[in-house]
Design a protein around this ligand. Structure first.
Ligand code: HXC
Length: 517
């Protein structure tokens, strides 16, 4: 028995019931009709069953009779913490059924509270965004409220993983919170992100464009690179977030969880000895190699639809999470261009911030030539990838599979910029230029003066290939620690990761570096 007054309990219960109903059953039906789940249904799917502990369920915004707004318990966002496969995460989920999930003072205070907890205890923060943006009735206060969130996003960056799911509108300055977070998921056809919507676009540029074409999941996953994942619906989106969390540590002081997939470290794949075609101009799919070497063939690709000439993602080797960066010879011959450089640079920096070792699989013919790339700033963008690798202090491994040419060879985690262990397959070609380009330059006179220039070029190209296009010159210099057989790649990488576990790097003190943004 207890001595709490009956009417007090009744009042609490009715307040809770009101909060649980959000904007009411009509609005919930509208939400479902759009193919979207409610804010609470999303939290239930994201977290382990029964693990959610809510904060501020009863917190309301200030009623503003002059603008016709009333108090809603929860103020349009559900916040709290719970677990994903037993590990604590903090979450906020915007409730579109209450004033369109718009963000005002109280709504922002609730988000800031869970962000502050997340940083203090060292747990990831996951935001489920579904909002009409700044609450218009609250005016400049709602702008200030966004600023509070942005500041926390920046301070939490590199301290705890931050994940955004866009599951409805995300417009105006509101987009800058997800933009700062580490990974952004979008739901196809029901989410969009833009700084200015179709109406403003029409007024300013007289262009007619739909919300989907301006800022839908396809656009941001394929063209802008703003989002890292596109999923067909809310359920699959939340399942992918759970999968991602399993690769990550809870904060920058911890290591990622070790998960044993019962895949022996010594497992060899003889098929890899046949992966690289004999003809250097023929292509192959780098993903075959990736899934072959990783534990259980499990690979979570980041940005799978963007800058596909480079592959980034998480997998496990010997149970340990690794960040994998690989050139993809099947797309644009695996060349490094501006988009690929920026994609990989941000991924490398995430891994370094969160103690995730880097494994680089290299087959790169060079940087993409041409005025489009030069004028687009490939110098600046390529430098980002170089910078990101150099500053990374986590264990770093590289395997050169085939091509490693020119500046791209140096940038792709070479020994010269601090990689710990560099392997090469016997098929590796490490040189300043590809054989034909090199022969054209160094034997130009001889070729032009010969009776059959084409034949002389072919002969000189072949000579150059024999002499330079192999891993042996680099191995003689110690730039390659060992030339390994393809089928032993997995085992050699796992052994290297084991001995690098205690790696420590001392760096001179500084406020921060100045990455070429
Ligand atoms: C207050 C809002 C709101 C907002 C929507 N609502 N957005 N209330 N402030 N920003 C309310 C609507 O009045 C409506 O209330 C309910 O939410 C549902 O909205 P609908 O329009 O009926 O829904 P839908 O047709 O699905 O359209 C959704 C929408 C649209 C596309 C998001 O509502 C819209 O365009 N809203 C305004 C978006 C906007 O301009 N926001 C400011 C962006 S600038 P009732 O009572 O009828 O149910 C910004 C700056 C951030 O965010 C700055 C950071 C520094």
């Amino acid at each position: 028995m207890h001595n709490i007054a009956h009417n007090t309990l009744e009042k609490l219960e009715s307040m809770r019931q009101e909060a649980l109903l959000g904007g009411g059953s009509q609005k919930i039906d509208d939400q479902h009709r759009k193919g979207k789940l409610t804010a609470r249904e999303r939290i239930d799917l994201l977290l382990d069953e029964g693990s959610f502990e809510e904060f501020d369920q009863l917190k309301t915004g200030r009623a503003r009779p002059e603008t016709g707004t009333r108090e809603f318990p929860g103020d349009g966002v559900i916040t709290g913490h719970g677990t994903i496969d037993g590990r604590e995460v903090f979450v906020f989920s915007q409730d579109f059924t209450i004033m369109g999930g718009s963000l005002g003072e109280a709504h922002s205070q609730k988000i800031c509270k869970v962000m502050d907890h997340a940083v203090r205890v060292g747990a990831p923060i996951i935001g489920l965004n579904d909002s009409g943006g700044a609450r218009i009735q609250e005016g400049v206060e709602s702008l200030a409220a966004y600023g509070e969130i942005f500041s926390r996003n920046v301070m939490a960056s590199g301290v705890v993983p931050q994940i955004s799911c866009i599951m409805g509108p995300c417009a105006g300055g509101a987009v800058y919170s997800p933009a700062i977070t580490d990974f952004t998921f979008m739901v196809d056809q029901s989410s969009y992100m833009f700084v200015t919507g179709p109406n403003v676009v029409k007024t300013v540029t007289h262009q007619e464009i739909s919300a989907e074409d301006l800022g839908g999941a396809a656009v941001h996953n394929q063209k802008s690179g703003v989002a890292h994942f596109a999923l067909p619906n809310d359920i699959l989106c939340l399942r992918e977030v759970r999968r991602l969390i399993n690769y990550l540590p809870s904060n920058n002081r911890q290591r990622p969880p070790i998960i044993n997939l019962r895949d022996p470290a010594e497992r060899v794949d003889p098929a890899l000895d046949y992966l690289v075609p004999a003809n250097p101009n023929q292509t192959y799919d780098m993903k075959i190699l990736i899934t072959s070497i990783l534990d259980g063939a499990e690979f979570m690709e980041i940005h799978p639809h963007f800058a596909r000439n480079i592959i980034c993602g998480f997998g496990r080797l010997g149970g340990q999470t690794i960040g994998l960066i690989a050139n993809q010879p099947a797309v644009l011959a695996g060349v490094l261009d501006s988009l690929a450089s920026v994609k990989a640079a941000r991924f490398v920096r995430f891994c370094d911030a969160f103690n995730i070792p880097l494994v680089c699989l290299e087959d790169v013919p060079g940087f993409m030539p041409g005025p489009e790339q030069e004028h687009g700033g490939i110098i600046r963008h390529g430098a980002k990838l170089l910078y990101a690798f150099v500053e990374a202090t986590v264990p770093r491994l590289t395997v050169i599979i085939r091509k490693g040419y020119g500046g791209a060879y140096v940038v792709m985690n070479s020994k010269h910029i601090g990689c710990d262990i560099n392997f090469a397959w016997p098929t590796a070609e490490i040189a300043v230029l590809g054989p034909k380009g090199a022969a054209e330059i160094i034997y130009r006179k001889e070729i032009n003066e010969s009776p059959d220039p084409a034949q002389t070029l072919a002969r000189k190209t072949d000579e150059y290939r024999q002499m330079h296009a192999n891993p042996f010159l680099a191995a003689k210099q110690g730039f390659i620690d060992d030339v390994i057989l393809p089928h032993e790649t997995r085992h050699r990488l796992i052994r290297s990761l084991q001995f690098l576990e205690g790696k420590q790097v001392n760096q001179p003190p500084r406020k921060h570096g100045n990455i070429p943004l």
